[in-house]
Structures are given as C-alpha cells and as structure tokens.
Ligand binder design. Structure first.
Ligand SMILES: N[C@@H](CCC(=O)N[C@@H](CS)C(=O)NCC(=O)O)C(=O)O
Length: 209
C-alpha cells in the first residue's frame, strides 16, 4: 500500500499511527500541500477533493478521508491475533461510541484545533481567518474540555482500553499548542492520556514516516 501524505499533517499521522499499531508496512509518498501539489491532475484522479491523506491499495484503488481510512484498516487488519477487536469493538454500543468520536473529531475538534495550527505554522493566516480565530479557539477549548471530562473517569476515550477513537484524536490534540492559543497544562487528564499513548511500544512521532 502507498500512503500519499504530508508529514506535518495530523490527518495523515492518524493513518501512520494506526499502521504502526497494527504493524502494517506502507510506502510513504510525500506532497508539499503548501505548493499545491495535491491539486495536480494525477493527484485529483486519486482524490478529487485535492487533499492528503490518500491510501492507495495494492490493486490501485484509492481511499481518502482519514477517518474512513482508519475504519477500513481496522476492519481489514484489526482482527489480527494480537489486536483482537479492541480498536473497533464488535459490541454495537461500544462501536457506536468509536464512530461518535470519529465524526465529532471532524466537526468539533479538527476545524478548531488543527486549522489554527496550520494557519500559524504554515504562514497561512489571512484577515478573514484572523476574524474567525476567536470563535474557533472558543470552540476548540470546548472540545478539549469534553475530552478532559471524559478522560477524568476512564483511561481512554471509549473506556479503559484503547480504540480507534484515541488513534483519531491523538494527532491534533498532542500538537494543539502549536496553534498558539491552547495550553495543554490546563487539561491534566488529556496530558496523562497523551503520555500513556506515547509510552506504547509501537508509538511513532508525527515526524516519522
Ligand atoms: N477531512 C479530510 C481532511 C484532509 C485535509 O484537510 N488535508 C489537508 C492536510 S491536513 C490537505 O491536504 N490540504 C491541502 C489542500 O486543501 O490543498 C480528512 O480527514 O482526510
């Protein structure tokens, strides 16, 4: 499989992290999204939305949308002996809780935490984005508060075992401070959760291919 990606991207890192967890080997092909490299004809043929990450399967089929790709990989490989069902539980309620965090991430977390980070770290701030920023930051704090409260009574987002929800939420949460407006020290339960994930033996940092 080939992962079409941009290393600083949390969306791409979700997939790299899951592949590390499942011990899946993927070839990384990198694009500089700041130079429009995902808007070329060949790239748009893989993902008409012009965005990484894209997972190209061995038969040439291309899958996009990071959380959909997480679900695909978990469906395909999660049942490998050493990872029995935990990442995507078979129980309908637990599985729905995983889905809940994945959908929530795209609507309530990523636009408020990942986007300001990108604007700031990639010199992409405009007057319009500056106007949007206070509202985004307020909503980002609300999102972090929800995670903080959930993690007050359990080790991981769905319960006391790690699921796809944690793999999905870890990437942009652990670099939230790079957006300039979040202090993770205000969220001690999130900090503990981050440390627990970083301590896992298969863990790889965002900078690692
Ligand atoms: N909802 C998509 C978002 C993907 C996305 O925003 N990708 C960004 C990098 S993190 C990108 O490729 N941007 C390039 C562009 O829009 O031109 C996902 O989860 O995969």
């Amino acid at each position: 499989m080939i992962l079409h990606d941009f290393l600083p991207s949390g969306n791409g890192y979700k997939i790299r992290l899951l592949c590390a967890c499942l011990d899946l080997k993927v070839t990384l092909k990198q694009y500089d999204i700041t130079k429009g490299e995902t808007h070329t004809e060949p790239f748009l043929a893989m993902n008409p939305n012009g965005k990484i990450p894209v997972l190209e399967l061995d038969d040439g089929q291309c899958l996009s949308e990071s959380n959909a790709v997480l679900l695909y990989l978990a469906e395909q490989y999660n049942l490998a002996e050493q990872h029995k069902s935990a990442l995507l539980p078979t129980d309908a309620i637990l599985r729905t809780k995983v889905y809940k965090w994945l959908f929530w991430e795209q609507y309530s977390h990523e636009p408020n935490i990942a986007s300001p980070r990108f604007w700031l770290t990639h010199n992409a701030m405009t007057d319009l984005k500056k106007q949007m920023l206070p509202d985004r930051i307020q909503q980002g704090h609300a999102a972090l508060k929800q995670m903080e409260e959930t993690l007050a009574t359990q080790a991981f987002l769905v319960g006391d075992f790690m699921t796809l929800a944690d793999i999905c939420l870890f990437p942009y949460t652990h670099v939230a401070e790079e957006g300039g407006s979040y202090q993770l020290s205000e969220y001690p339960n999130i900090q503990r959760w981050i440390k627990n994930i970083e301590a896992l033996d298969w863990f790889i940092p965002i900078t690692q291919a």
